[in-house]
Design a protein around this ligand. Sequence first.
Ligand code: XUL
Ligand code: CO
Length: 441
Amino acid sequence: MKHYFPNMGQIKYAGPNTDNQLAYRFYDPDKIVLGKTMAEHLRIAVCYWHTFCANGADPFGAATRNFSWQHDTPLKAAEQKLDAAFEFFIKLNVPFFTFHDRDLAPEGDNFAASVDNLKHMVDLTQNKIETTGIKLLWGTANCFSHPRYMAGAATNPDPEIFAYAAAQVKYAMEATKTLSGENYLIWGGREGYETLLNTNLKQELAQLERFLNLVVEHKHKIGFKGTLLLEPKPCEPTKHQYDFDCANVYAFLQKTGLEKEFKINIEANHATLAKHSFEHEIVYAITNDIFGSVDINRGDPQLGWDTDQFPNSVEEISCIIYNILQHDGFTTGGFNFDAKLRRQSVDLEDLFYAHIGGIDVLAKSLLVAADMLAENHLQDLVTNRYKNWQDKLGHEILTGHHSLDSLTDEIVTQAIEPTPVSGHQELYENIVNQYLWKDKN
Ligand code: XUL
Ligand code: CO
């Protein structure tokens, strides 16, 4: 079989002091951390779209990358891309991948031809999965690139487009099931609006509700055991995306009675585009029991669009993993690199540098977070901060034993005049830094 990365060997763990830029400094997949291997904790996935389909084109210029699997006629190119992808997964030593239907198999001349292409590529992919042991973290349908979806898929003013998207999602879900995907994902693509002047918001939200119900019904009908995931994003491509952030998605799920059917796939830079921190979205989802999976990447502090860069902040990701570990880690989710090379990164090696760097950020952050958790220093401070809620007054308030009148009586009869207590934010920040600076990791 042809090799697509002939000059690349197996990427291995070489320790923090290695000079080798094509080795892991921290990602040691079998290393045990808090009772599980690093690979089991992180559940790393490479995404198909940015890594094997993107060619560096941007709105101002043509493709800058010309990878050898991107040349042939569409179906042949898809077959070569599959070989290239699995060679890459193996060399990088990652356990999972993710795809859109149209990344794996090209759109045909009509719907039936697209279905045939997908079936053909799913057969080949199934074979790859069986022979390599690399697994599918999630599959999804691309219901946003084709011009038919320019005004949305589920939320399109035309019911024929809704039906077309429904049929496309049916096959993508079935492909995900055939490939033993651990989750099926829906990102809202163009579900949103450009201007309210031409938009019936109420009608579109009713359509979205119907669409999500159809997905849930089909999941149960075909016996797909994975998790359904929704991925929030506040804007881009539409001016206002309906699945804005975790809180918005959770509200919609509760309103429609679907909150037990979906979990959330949180993407780092979608959180920051929504003017949240990535950590806020993670903790919000965990707190409300809707945390599912993560698209790991980063944005750019000066650019208000989705740059999808590889993560590079151990400080940020340590706190993310600290929160995920406190919640006992992922179940069916994982860290999916929804991240792409910069336009000027045109070498095959750049795909490796990018992923190695990102994976090492996750691994180093896992070590820091495990240390934070094992010593419980931060958690003890937080517990102490809320400790009075364990006392009589706090307990009575939370168990519904008080009214505004009875609390007023408490204040007056006990002559309560609370004194402000320091939040010690700088102390907490110092403690996080002390974990980051420890050299035992
Ligand atoms: C778009 C995005 C998508 C989804 C999958 O911003 O994140 O790649 O993750 O459709
Ligand atoms: Co994403």
